[in-house]
Design a binder for this molecule. Sequence first.
Ligand code: F6R
Length: 593
Amino acid sequence: MCGIIGYTGSQNAVPLIIEGLKKLEYRGYDSAGIAIFGKGSINVQKCKGRITALEQLISKTIVHYPLSIVNCSLGHTRWATHGEPSDVNSHPHVSGNNKIAIVHNGIIENYKELKEDLQAKGANFVSETDSEVIAQLAEYYHDGDILTTVTKLTSRLKGSYALGIMLCDRPDLLVAVKKDNPLIIGVSEHGNFIASDIPAVLKHTNKIYYLEDHEIALLYKDRVEFYGVDGAPIAKTLETVTWSVGDAEKGGEAHFMLKEIKEQPKILRDTINSLLSEGENKKTLDNFEITRYNKIVIVGCGSAYNAGVVAKYVFERLCRFPCIEVELASEFRYKDAVIDEKSLVILISQSGETADTIAAMREAKAKHADTFAIVNVIGSTLAKEAAYRIYTAAGPEIAVATTKAFSAQLIVLYMMAVRFSGREDLLPEIEAIPEKVAEILKQAEAIRELAQHCTRHKCIFFIGRNIDYAIALEGSLKLKEISYIHSEAYAGGELKHGTISLIEDGTLVVAIANCKTLHGKIMSNVEQVQSRGAKVILVGNCAESDIPLPDCYELFSPSLSAIALQLFSYYVALEKGLDIDKPRNLAKSVTVE
Ligand code: F6R
């Protein structure tokens, strides 16, 4: 996610902002920028790429400003959501009169409507971002009174935001306001900070105010004031954090993987919203004409492939397409696939840079098939080259083992199936998933206890039937990649055709049971392995479950099983004391063959 840092105080702000931006790098970003006051207007320097590129840029410009006027500044690292990574789309964004600068973390869902409105009033936009409307709208409402400006501004914004604002007529002041995205205020002896996260300010202070939704903070050099949207002052408690910088980057969690697992209710909500409220994702989905195709091939690697396996069950059952295949990208690219201009190739990827998936897309294009990417990274190769794209709103994923991006892919695939089948009556079932995921997260400690007893196993089997088998594949992959315990997933009905010979006293089998129609079948598979000495952990919405899951529309239950299985793998690896965020031999983005 984007990173925000701002400072007003007695020190030279520029090095503090750069230092703060570097501390926010872990959040992932594709561009960076800084705003300072100078000579009656705002000076913004920003560029695509790393913070070192920004440093080079400002070494030629800002450095020459007298220190006395560069003690209030805003900085930003951008993770593209609207508009590809580019210099002009980077933050800060300034108003048309160059008197107001803003940095934004979040998504303004109604930005198109606001943009058109402002354009009709004469505003001139320069970027493709949703964020620029905030700067333009702030100029429109600014009448000299900061609180009314911010109140009017935020009353027009739909979506999520953490905002830092600088106004030329108040050169020592920073304004902060938020809704659904984090923003903290750091209070130091030499000045005050706003930041997306604590690591950005921890070198200077551990005294923190946590800004709540709709609270407005006015930061001066020597004090911070808080107000409600009604303009009434609010008293807040200054808290002291005891985290180290490393702890703080992970939001207090031991690993990025756990932090990302816990982010899932929010990112799933964001992904659903992006497909239901105005914007590129919704437009792509609503206008897509599936009846043009007589064959669908879903392609991906690793977890992205597993999301494709889930999708095959969902698409077949809901849409009744006669011909849907799921292919590993590394195989598809060399198999001389039988596809043509009546084929749709859906490519799933978090990074959008996986070499095999890109090659598969190019192969599909060479054969005149249509290509449709489901991808997390805006402006990535896959996103740019595919004929159609939908972005998952998972934000940057740092842990090598994917969790939230995988879950966001499932949501997109369900939404596609619902749309293509005309089964919009199922939308409430999808909209209910984030809450159910939040419920499962509450079981983390119980899952940890179960997992603690599983580390001695040399091999763990995952079984399920139908859609439960599809998610068993992902459970097994997650476990082996971070815990280094060998694991295999099987369709329950397949056991008798060979695998059951591996079951002996004490073998661990994780059985997934969400399919009501096949409950008897999976339970009889459970009995088969138990009678041969296996120990079984049952995950599902049935009464016998060791990890109970909320009830759910059967085809969407992988979204719930996934959370339990991610937590299970995480805690097994934790108990083994392994390097969970960076498992051996693996890379986050596999850009080579
Ligand atoms: C597993 C995992 C990998 C990726 C695979 C594809 O946890 O992260 O299996 O899913 O390497 O990567 P993307 O989605 O970036 O194409």
